[in-house]
Design a binder for this molecule. Sequence first.
Ligand code: IMP
Ligand code: MG
Length: 178
Amino acid sequence: MSKITLLDKEFSLFITADKIQAEVQAIADRINIDLKDEDVIFIGVLNGAFMFASDLLRKINFNVQVSFVKLASYLGTSNNGKVKRLIGINESLKDKTVVIIEDIIDTGNSLESIISQLKGFRPRQIFVAALLLKADVYTRDLKLNYVGFRIPPDFVVGYGLDYQGFGRNLRNIYTLSE
Ligand code: IMP
Ligand code: MG
C-alpha cells in the first residue's frame, strides 16, 4: 500500500514498518546501555506516542516504570505562545530519571512546555526520545537525547500520528502527497 487516503487527503508511503522497527530497536539498544543503572520512569505523551512507546518499551530490558501524560486545556500564555497543562502524572518523579517519549518534534513548543512542567516534580534528570524530528523547523536548544528519523517539514501520518484523528493505527509512516 504505497498510497492511502484519509478524509480529503492523499498520503504516500514514507517510512516502512520494517525501517521503523529497526530504528526503535536501535534507540532501545542505546537506552539499555545508557540508563541501565538509573531509576527510570518513561513518560509517553498521548495520543501520538502510544505506538512508539509500546514498541520501544517492550525492547527495554531492565526494570523501569511507565506512565503517560497528555497536554490538555490551555493554562495561559507565555512568551512562546499558549501553554497547555500537562495532565496524568500520578507517580512521584522526585530524583528519578525521566525519559519523555514523543512521536514527533516540530517546533519544539510542546516539548518545551512538557519539560518545564515536569521539572516542577523535581526529577534527577530528563531525557528525550523522539521518533521523528522536523530538523529544519526545530529551533529550540533543548537537548534531544534519542532521535529516530530527521525528516523534512512535511505533514506525516501513521504509527501514532494523525490527520484529524485518523491514521494513528497505520504501521507505516506516510507523507502528504503533492
Ligand atoms: P511542536 O510543538 O511544534 O513540536 O509539535 C509537536 C506536536 O504536533 C506533535 O506531538 C504532534 O502531535 C503534532 N505534529 C507535528 N507535526 C505533525 C505531523 O506532521 N503530523 C501529525 N502531527 C504532527
Ligand atoms: Mg505528540
